[in-house]
Design a protein around this ligand. Structure first.
Ligand code: GRF
Length: 207
């Protein structure tokens, strides 16, 4: 299964996916391309360090989102990418990519959705004072963090937690969960019917 990772920032989830692929823990997945909308983002140098092709395409160089996404789409098609994996990509996916990749774009969000969607899932959870937050991996639709949920894992909020300490524990979970979910996709185990997403038993191979 060929994937592309879209990222705007640090790229620690990209790193975790690459580690899982290269260590053989994540099987049947090839990371064909990283797309960043910010050429100066740390994820760009991380991709170079891994020897993964990285496309730094700045949206401001295009007249509108449709043109930006059409250019992106050409690269994705040339690389025969099957799944787009958003990992800290700070833009809303538009109609061009959503229709070309229907049911094939996934995102990771640092809260238990539908609580705390948007840019600051960690800060919003701390400010609200919840005792449990977590990580959600979901299909991407036209809304903000609103698509059908594929996997969730809880993370406790501890007394005295700061943004940094909570982020660290949330990201630790993200780095385990994203490769695990990608393995489900690579094994063809994920089925979506409306908002319901089910994960089927792995097929047993008898040699
Ligand atoms: C992650 O916490 C993810 O949940 C959110 O953006 C962050 C990206 O982190 N969507 P990184 O760039 O992978 O380190």
């Amino acid at each position: 299964m060929k994937i592309a990772v879209f990222a705007s920032g640090r790229g620690s989830n990209f790193d975790a996916i690459m580690r899982a692929i290269r260590s053989g823990e994540l099987r049947g997945v090839e990371l064909a391309l990283v797309l960043s909308d910010r050429p100066s983002a740390p994820v760009v140098s991380k991709a170079e360090a891994w020897g993964v092709r990285c496309l730094a395409l700045e949206p401001k160089r295009f007249t509108n989102k449709a043109h930006y996404e059409a250019a992106t789409l050409q690269h994705l098609q040339a690389e025969q990418v099957e799944i787009i994996v958003l990992a800290g990509y700070m833009r809303i996916i538009g109609e061009t990519l959503l229709s070309a990749f229907a049911n094939r774009i996934i995102n990771i969000h640092p809260s238990l959705l539908p609580a705390f969607p948007g840019k600051d899932g960690i800060g919003d959870a701390l400010r609200y004072g919840v005792k449990v937050t977590g990580v959600t991996i979901h299909f991407v639709d036209e809304g903000i963090d609103s698509g059908p949920i594929i996997a969730q894992q809880a993370v406790p909020v501890l007394e005295g937690d700061t943004r940094e300490t909570l982020l660290e524990r949330v990201q630790h979970v993200e780095h385990q969960l994203y490769p695990k979910v990608l393995q489900w996709f690579a094994d063809g185990r994920v089925l979506r019917e409306g908002r319901q997403v089910s994960v089927h038993q792995a097929t047993r191979h008898i040699d």
